[in-house]
Design a protein around this ligand. Structure first.
Ligand SMILES: O=C([O-])CC(=O)C(=O)O
Ligand SMILES: [Mg+2]
Length: 234
């Protein structure tokens, strides 16, 4: 019978996502990516960037129990360059899962970023680093190191599901996860939207116009009442 120590296991050897595919999302705004995923895939808005470094790489997943970082310590040694360590810490903010020592070690190892659905500490130092870190909160209470936890399994992060190898993109607005199989087509869609937005902005700056016929069409469709107080017209 297969040994199954659910909740305390380390799964390694998953296929890393093609770097060229990941690069297709470089500099694409997370808001535009989210729009092309029907506006329902961003992680919870309370998970915020701790500095100004954009985030791009593939998910190396970790799940920890409340306030414990044993599995993150192991993950730092197992992650490969280009991986983003994505930690499901249950959204708990009352204890930091990581701090500046761990983040500096991740950076030295070539990890592409660390995101935690929980808290960090050593904010002063992390906020000045050019290494992307996202978290739900900041708390000086340090982590326990007893386990259990999981590495390399499908986890929940900020209300979204993420699997090892999913593409992770983050900017000042937030984070989205992208399934590698859907990435190629999605990147094309997002590029087209971003180009269109650039054109809109250009026209706005040169002509002072912002063409949106759909606004009046929608108001008509929902039978919006107009009242003109200057002449009493209804
Ligand atoms: O002590 C810890 O486990 C976390 C921490 O503050 C650091 O990495 O600097
Ligand atoms: Mg520290």
């Amino acid at each position: 019978m297969l040994k199954a120590n659910i909740g305390c296991r380390i799964v390694i050897g998953y296929e890393r996502t093609d770097k060229a595919l990941v690069e297709k999302f470089r500099d694409l705004p997370v808001a535009n990516i989210g729009d092309c995923m029907n506006r329902v895939t961003a992680v919870h808005q309370d998970i915020r960037p701790m500095n100004n470094t954009p985030l791009l790489g593939t998910a190396f997943t970790v799940k920890v129990p409340q306030g414990d970082n044993l599995m993150f310590h192991k993950a730092m040694d197992l992650a490969q360059p280009g991986d983003i360590i994505v930690i499901d810490a249950g959204g708990m903010k009352n204890r930091a899962i990581l701090g500046e020592l761990m983040i500096n070690y991740c950076k030295i190892r070539g990890v592409a970023g660390v995101v935690v659905d929980g808290s960090i500490r050593d904010y002063d130092s992390i906020s000045q680093m050019d290494f992307p870190v996202y978290a739900r909160g900041v708390n000086p209470n340090g982590p326990y190191k007893n386990g259990p936890g999981e590495i390399g399994t499908v986890i929940s992060f900020g209300g979204q599901i993420v699997s090892p190898g999913d593409i992770v993109v983050g900017d000042a607005d937030g984070i989205v996860f992208i399934r590698p199989k859907e990435a190629e087509a999605l990147a094309e869609k997002v590029k087209a939207v971003s180009e269109k937005e650039k054109d809109i902005m250009e026209t706005m700056k040169t002509d002072g116009t912002y063409n949106r016929p759909w606004v009046d069409e929608k108001l008509q469709e929902i039978d919006c009442q107009y009242v003109n107080l200057t002449n009493g017209e209804v």
